[in-house]
Design a protein around this ligand. Structure first.
Ligand code: MG
Length: 252
């Protein structure tokens, strides 16, 4: 069932997502050659606590894996999502790094991701980031009352495939609220006019995960990689369905 948030719940969603957006904005300046993904995680965790939130990903459990050990996912280059921050992962000029963060505060979750450039990056990598960010914008623009989930999915998928890029298999966006992952699933490809209808008060995390060379993924514990080693990018925002334009909650 897809939950509809009342005004009190929406206020709490705004607050947890405000912290997410602020954090992702502040973190950008620390993403430089020489920093480790562990250091970025520490900075992020400190910001979350200083804003009165709790890191939602830390301790997150799924069957068969040990609880996620960090506040953020830090996914470098061919890592699509769920990269584990590490003291031995040192960013170098030309890398791209996806940072995904969840924040829990006062009963409600926020969730968003950005892919950052480390110094100067290749034209190929920059194009991937631009396409993925534009795909997210197109998906959000389709998130209007009366439309269906398939309208979001097809807006993302049709654009990405027309540009010659690939949608990572088995990874989707999701509803969000009292739980980090709620109904509905929001695939990054689909058929316009299909799926659950969008209603005012729904809160959704839309998150294209786009690869240069293949849709196929390789899992290593928590971490998802492109099967061919090509670059992957990830942008995500939590949005609120309104009477009019969708409202992005997780942006600074
Ligand atoms: Mg998410």
């Amino acid at each position: 069932m897809i939950s509809i948030k009342n005004s009190n719940e929406i206020a709490k969603m705004r607050e947890s997502n405000r912290i997410v957006g602020l954090l992702l904005h502040k973190l950008r300046k620390y993403v430089v050659p020489g920093v480790t993904t562990w250091e970025l995680n520490k900075i992020a965790e400190d910001i979350i606590y200083s804003e009165g939130g709790k890191p939602a990903f830390k301790g997150y459990s799924v069957p068969g894996l040990s609880p996620f050990p960090a506040a953020v996912c830090a996914s470098v280059n061919s890592c699509i999502v769920h990269g584990i921050p590490s003291k031995s992962t040192v960013l170098v000029e030309g890398d791209i790094i996806g940072v995904d963060v969840g924040v829990y505060k006062d009963g409600y979750y926020g969730d968003a991701a950005r892919t950052y450039m480390v110094g100067e990056i290749s034209a190929e990598a920059k194009a991937l980031l631009d396409i993925t960010q534009e795909a997210l914008e197109l998906g959000i623009n389709a998130a209007k009352v009366g439309n269906r989930i398939g309208d979001i999915s097809s807006a993302i998928g049709n654009f990405v495939t027309a540009k010659g890029y690939f949608i990572a298999d088995n990874l989707t966006g999701h509803g969000i609220g009292r739980k980090l992952h709620e109904d509905p699933m929001i695939p990054n490809f689909g058929i316009a006019g299909k799926g659950p209808r969008l209603r005012k008060g729904m809160t959704l995390a839309i998150e294209p995960m786009i690869n240069i060379g293949t849709n196929r993924v390789q899992e290593d514990g928590w971490e998802y990689f492109t099967l061919d080693g090509s670059l992957s990018a990830h942008f995500e925002n939590t949005i609120l369905i309104t009477d009019g334009e969708p409202e992005i909650l997780s942006i600074y």
